[in-house]
Structures are given as structure tokens and as C-alpha cells.
Ligand binder design. Sequence first.
Ligand code: HEC
Ligand code: HEC
Ligand code: HEC
Ligand code: HEC
Ligand code: HEC
Length: 212
Amino acid sequence: MDKLLNKQFSTIIGIMIVVAVIISFKNSSFHIPGNQEDYQPTQPIAFSHQLHAGEMEIACQYCHFGAEDSKHAGIPPANVCMNCHKFVNNTFNETRRADLENRKPVFSKEIKKIYASLGLDLDGIKVNDEIPTEWVKVHNVPDFVFFSHKPHITAGVDCAKCHGDVQTMTQVKQVEDLSMGWCLDCHRQEHDSIQSATGRTAYLQDCASCHY
Ligand code: HEC
Ligand code: HEC
Ligand code: HEC
Ligand code: HEC
Ligand code: HEC
């Protein structure tokens, strides 16, 4: 009698596990920690995409030059910032205000940090070792998922499809949930790049394409 109960019990547990797995696959609202929609950490330098990519219209790939050719889009090193900040030491507003008041514009507290990270004093002379800025990573897929920017950029998928309207953000925020269901939703759709090759559709939904 006891044995029979035990057997029924383990069968029920077994079914429950299978159902749980199916549910988590179906809507994949189940999440690996560290992968959160709406995550918007404060960064060590108050860099604004709204100002640089929005108002000044600097192209995304001027700074994220890895996106087209590699797995990572990458965060630009400080010398990319220095292409401009060698000459621009504060906002236009502050510079204008200083002009009107007939004084030298003060160096922006945030832009000073770029100089410091390169070990430069405010005249651009090397006085210290470099201490790279530790930007906080916003988007994270777990280690057991393979994701690369390259095939997506090559296929013409816009940055905004996955990252939202970054050029309107003063502080970057994760707008998609980056769940498995989210990846698959897009992979199930028809893509210009895969219409000619029917095998690709199956490939894009194959577990092994995204899991090593
Ligand atoms: C198909 C969706 C998708 C597209 C399109 C996409 N990204 Fe990403 N991006 C991601 C995911 C997912 C991550 C997290 C990757 C990880 O954790 O390894 C990420 C990470 C990043 C990062 C963090 C650093 C890195 O490289 O891991 C930057 C910066 C970035 N993307 C910029 C861009 C830019 C700029 C574009 C357009 C040129 C772009 N992305 C297009 C999905 C996308
Ligand atoms: C193509 C030129 C260019 C590049 C590249 C550039 N900036 Fe800027 N940045 C500017 C200009 C111009 C301003 C002032 C804009 C204004 O006042 O409207 C500015 C303003 C800023 C400010 C605002 C300062 C304040 O006190 O509010 C910060 C911070 C900043 N940039 C950081 C960076 C960082 C970090 C990088 C590199 C990742 C970078 N910038 C790359 C041109 C650039
Ligand atoms: C002037 C350089 C510059 C330009 C232009 C720029 N970015 Fe960035 N981007 C940065 C820096 C620096 C960071 C790291 C700090 C932060 O998150 O704000 C960053 C972070 C990001 C992240 C978050 C990466 C992560 O940690 O997950 C995304 C996504 C991103 N950028 C997308 C874009 C897109 C899309 C565009 C064009 C609309 C763009 N960027 C234009 C410099 C730039
Ligand atoms: C907005 C649409 C979209 C989203 C979201 C998306 N992808 Fe893709 N993915 C594509 C397209 C388009 C291709 C290229 C199809 C082709 O040309 O064969 C692709 C290709 C791939 C490939 C195949 C690379 C190769 O070997 O050629 C992998 C792996 C992949 N994506 C992983 C992911 C992962 C992981 C996620 C979620 C974190 C994701 N994708 C989210 C549209 C998307
Ligand atoms: C297009 C890319 C892609 C494909 C194809 C894919 N996965 Fe995933 N998978 C992911 C991503 C991204 C995550 C991480 C989700 C998160 O962090 O919330 C994930 C997570 C998982 C998890 C962890 C639990 C969960 O639901 O989050 C399991 C188990 C899993 N996948 C199994 C599979 C199996 C089995 C297949 C084939 C039927 C498959 N995956 C196909 C992208 C993919």
C-alpha cells in the first residue's frame, strides 16, 4: 500500500515538473536573475544618450563600433570621448553663461572624470595611471545563451527593436525582457534575410543555435 502511494506521488511530482517546464517555455515570463526589464542603473559618469545620440545625432556605431563585426557592440573607450572632449569642457549653456559673465568657463565635473580615467590633468598632460571607467552593464543574457550582435546587424535588425529609443534616454534603461520567448517571437517571424533559405527558419528556433 505504502509503495503504491509512493509511486503515485512520484508520478504526480513528475507530471508537475513537466507542466512547469512547458509553462516556462510557453510564455517564458520565468526569469534568470539579473535580466530585468526596466533596469536603469546609475552610471559612474552622467553620460546622456539623449544629448549625444539624440540632439547631436552622433551615430550609434561611432561609439559602439563592435556591433557590426562582433559578438559585442562594446562600450567606447575614453579616447573616443576625447575626440570631442579635448575641446569641449562643458555644456554649451555653461560656456555661454561664462562668456556673458566675462569669466573662463568652469570644467564640467562629469567631463573631468573622463580626463581622470585617462590619467590626464585638465591641460591634457599625462600625470597618473589610467583607471578605466567602470560602466554598469544594463543588458545581460545568461552565460548559457549564445547571443551575437553581428548576425542581427547584418540582417538589418535595428538597435531600437531590442534596446528601444536609446536616443531619447538620459540614462539607459532595459525596455525588453530579453526572455527566451522574446527572442523566439522575433525568430518565428518572416525575415527578408531568411525568405530565400527555408532551412534558416528551423535553424533560428533550434535549441542548439542559442544554447551551446
Ligand atoms: C536582436 C536584438 C539586438 C539588437 C538588434 C541589438 N542589440 Fe545590443 N544587445 C542585445 C542583447 C541581448 C545584449 C546583451 C548581450 C549579453 O549580455 O551578452 C546587448 C548588449 C548591448 C550592449 C552592451 C555591451 C555589449 O556589447 O554586450 C551595447 C552597448 C549594445 N547592445 C548596443 C547595441 C547597438 C548600438 C545596436 C545597434 C547597432 C544593438 N545593440 C543592436 C540585443 C540586441
Ligand atoms: C562627437 C563629439 C562628442 C563625443 C564623441 C562625446 N561627446 Fe560628450 N559632449 C559633446 C558636446 C558638444 C557636449 C555639450 C553639449 C551641449 O551642451 O549641448 C557634450 C556633453 C557631455 C557631457 C555633459 C557635461 C555636463 O556637465 O553636463 C558629458 C558628461 C559627456 N559629454 C560625456 C561624454 C562621454 C563619457 C563620452 C564618451 C563615451 C562623450 N561625451 C563623447 C560632444 C561629444
Ligand atoms: C558618444 C558615444 C555614444 C553614442 C553616440 C551612443 N552610445 Fe550607447 N553607450 C555609450 C556609453 C559610454 C555607454 C555606457 C554608459 C551608459 O550606459 O550610458 C553606452 C551604453 C549603451 C547601452 C547599454 C549597454 C549595456 O550596458 O547593456 C545601449 C543599449 C546603447 N548604449 C545603445 C546605443 C544606441 C542604440 C545608440 C544610438 C541611438 C547609442 N548607444 C549611441 C556611448 C555612446
Ligand atoms: C527583432 C528580431 C530579433 C530578436 C528580438 C532576436 N533575434 Fe536573433 N536573429 C534575428 C534575425 C533577423 C537573424 C538573422 C537571420 C538570418 O539572416 O538567417 C537572427 C539570427 C540569430 C542567430 C543565428 C546566428 C547565426 O549563426 O547566423 C542567433 C544565435 C540568434 N539570432 C540569437 C538570438 C537571441 C539569443 C536572442 C534573444 C536574446 C535573439 N536572437 C533575438 C532577429 C532577432
Ligand atoms: C533564439 C534563441 C533561443 C532558442 C532558439 C532557444 N532558447 Fe532557451 N533561452 C534563450 C534565452 C535568451 C534564455 C534566457 C531567458 C532569461 O534570462 O530569462 C533561455 C533560457 C532557457 C532555459 C532556462 C529557463 C527559462 O525558460 O528561462 C532553458 C531550460 C532553455 N532555454 C531551453 C531551451 C530549449 C530546450 C530550446 C529548444 C526547444 C531552447 N531553449 C531554444 C534563448 C533561446
